[in-house]
Design a protein around this ligand. Structure first.
Ligand code: 2AM
Ligand code: CA
Ligand code: CA
Ligand code: CA
Length: 265
């Protein structure tokens, strides 16, 4: 199997397991703040994906959200430590755990592969809708096998912008302020609850742009490649080239990027 086939298979297997557990009243355990939660299903899904990937590629490195949280180390440090091996997988087993807990469709499995620090592939699976998104560097982005492309909207009043609220209180305050500026400038705002899904929607032209403060590498690694490979633009919220340890992200169809950035912190 190719890396892409392995990633798609792992995402679908984990996603199917997660979907089968929706609505079973999973207990939510608190993590870094009173808003930050995890369930046994997040951990079980991460373990499934880790074992599928490491059985296929025992010499690859693996970074998962739930394991990383337990280590307490900054992501930038972990990325550097694990760069001794050429291939590194970055996995969010459930992106949108709050949706999963509340029974709201729209959570995803996000799997990315870096080769020597560069994004090589990204896979995002939405089990509630059975939608599979993938991108490979230099080969484009796809939704359910069909080529994905960003919108060609140029005017702010024609644009629907995605955002999200992370569990960290300081970043939430930043977002509340930014929503005023975006709400005045653009057609409307949507908060889907999964950063990975929101990036996939920018890539396939459902949303025109996305911003969020306080994200981590596993939330965005796959989605960044999807947006770039579908003709979009990804930066941090200051407009600098996006790096995986940047916490604040701006992604767009490229045409409205310069209208989006001045609204952001
Ligand atoms: P999660 O469901 O995997 O925790 C919600 O707007 C988005 O922010 C989701 O993608 C969610 O991922 C992510 N998120 C929530 N809290 C976060 C935190 N403390 N750090 C990074 N990302 C977070
Ligand atoms: Ca989380
Ligand atoms: Ca996440
Ligand atoms: Ca998660």
């Amino acid at each position: 199997m190719s890396y892409l086939e392995t990633a798609c298979s792992a995402a679908k297997q984990a996603g199917t397991m997660i979907l089968s557990q929706m609505g079973t009243g999973q207990a939510a355990e608190k993590k870094s703040s009173r808003f930050d939660v995890v369930t046994e299903i997040d951990k079980r899904a991460e373990e499934m994906i880790r074992s599928i990937i490491l059985e296929s590629y025992p010499d690859h490195a693996f970074l998962g959200e739930e394991e990383t949280f337990g280590s307490g180390k900054p992501v930038e440090q972990i990325l550097k430590e694990r760069s001794d091996r050429p291939y590194l997988w970055i996995v969010d087993p459930i992106d949108g755990t709050a949706n999963f807990i509340h029974g709201i469709p729209g959570y995803t499995v996000s799997i990315a592969l870096l080769c020597r620090g560069e994004l090589r592939l990204g896979v995002i699976y939405d089990p509630c809708r059975d939608d599979l998104y993938w991108a490979e560097s230099g080969k484009g982005a796809f939704c359910n096998g069909k080529p994905a492309a960003v919108t060609d909207a140029e005017q702010a009043e024609d644009c629907v912008i995605g955002t999200g609220f992370v569990s960290t209180p300081a970043y939430r305050e930043m977002n509340i302020a930014t929503m005023e500026a975006i709400g005045r400038e653009f057609r409307t705002i949507r908060s889907l609850g999964s950063a990975a899904l929101t990036l996939a929607y920018v890539a396939c032209g459902k949303l025109d742009a996305f911003w969020e403060y306080g994200l981590s590498a596993w939330d965005v690694a796959a989605g960044v490649l999807l947006v770039e490979e579908s003709g979009g633009m990804v930066t941090n919220t200051k407009g600098d080239p996006f790096r995986l340890w940047d916490r604040n992200i701006a992604a767009s169809n490229a045409k409205v990027h310069s209208t989006l950035l001045p609204c952001l912190v």
